[in-house]
Design a protein around this ligand. Sequence first.
Ligand code: FAD
Length: 471
Amino acid sequence: MPYPYKKMTEADFDAIRAFTAPERVWVGEEIAREYYHDEMPEYGVFPPELYVEVLCRDEVAAIMKYAYENNIPVVARGAGTGLAGGANCKYGGIMLSLMKMNRIDPVDTQNMTVTCQPGALITEVAAAASAAGLFYPPDPGEKTASIGGSIITNAGGMRAVRYGVTRDYVRCIEAVLPDGSIAHFSSNVVKNTTGFDLKDLVIGSEGILCICTEVTLRLIPAPNCTCTLVLPFESLERCIDCVPALLRLPFVPTAVEFLERELIEIVERTLHKPLPVREGEAVLIVMYDASSCDELTQCCDAAAAAALDAGALDVLLADTPERIGSVWSVRAAILEGMKADSIGQEECDVVVPRAKIAEFVKAAKKICLAHGVRVEPCGHAGDGNIHTEMLRDPGMTDEEWKSATHACLTELYAKSKELGGQLSGEHGIGNGRLEFLQPFVGDTVYGLYKNIKLAFDPKLILNPGKMVTFD
Ligand SMILES: Cc1cc2nc3c(=O)[nH]c(=O)nc-3n(C[C@H](O)[C@H](O)[C@H](O)COP(=O)(O)OP(=O)(O)OC[C@H]3O[C@@H](n4cnc5c(N)ncnc54)[C@H](O)[C@@H]3O)c2cc1C
């Protein structure tokens, strides 16, 4: 297969400058170190040979055509907040930043959609929707992620329990293919059986099939009111066992997250963000949205009664923006808190059937502790997407940490499979989970992945060595 790639020369640098502008091109040592990796340097630190900021689709197309003809690898870059080692130049070549392509068109209130370029931030798109009285629900934990990155990774987030994931809000995508040609995947229609659904194939393709240059997103009516319940439990087991009782109620929660006391203390200690509940070894944070105050009261009453029945020690209601904000800011600060509290992190992002959450969490703790690894399972209890966070203690050598976490991951993925789960619920494969994908999905499915990659990118120049490899 066509690795190795062409090493870029001055002539190649000049060609990219000619397609764009010299002041938007950086080469070699001029490139800032932050572009060598995404939010997980553990999953790869690789210098690009050239970093370019593009302003329009035609610049992307010209660069891709040139790269394709000259066998130069290209990696699209959004905000670099990915957690899979996706936005790095594993084989050198060009890093192409979409962040300056950030136009958001006026909201189309007739179709209830908004069209934007990939560099717009999720928060900016959500704000544009809100200003038009509408709502863009996808809400991954990192608010500075780009809309393009979130579509190409099919980001999930807290509100998936009620509203689903990013995929559920994409109407159509404009993209540049690896050879520089332009493709439109679907259009601004509600349903579509016109040929294969390539739009849904491209969503979640982790930048290995095409570069998204424009997207139209579905918006929905905004809920009128929201509140958050904080439910402490004496043990993690009781906390997790309460989740099915909440999900069986006739009110669908917006979010159901769980945290253990140790993790709350890490966030309080390192970032000074206190959770307004002191008791309990584990805590559920449950959010409800509703179209009226009456409906919201019914949701909260039913959830509080179900939680107390299931052993909750107390029910704290956060119903003002300040109190709601202070609760969710603790949840949002987990990754930052763990980074401040340990010298290295490894993460397992499995998703299991909701009925198996408690079983997986209990097994995950056992597995990691058996390998001497400090572990903090947490996350999206409402949709079965458990983030098993492993933290490195200073006493561990590089070798000990690597082999212990590798052993943990192998067993955690096996457990997820045994329970009918999947390898990744929202963070994807990238470079970090690559070696585990083929054994998990099996040769037949992995063979299809490879053929799909080849159909889009026969020269393997777009984000090579991610998700599928040909080594
Ligand atoms: C604190 C924190 C919390 C997070 N919480 C969540 C969460 O709750 N749920 C969740 O799903 N994720 C979460 N993430 C992960 C991350 O925010 C998402 O994956 C996000 O959508 C990535 O967007 P980005 O712009 O940073 O993409 P990047 O990291 O820049 O890129 C991600 C991948 O997409 C490709 N890519 C980027 N833009 C394009 C484009 N326009 N065309 C083609 N390919 C492209 C890149 O090549 C790369 O493979 C979290 C991250 C952090 C740091």
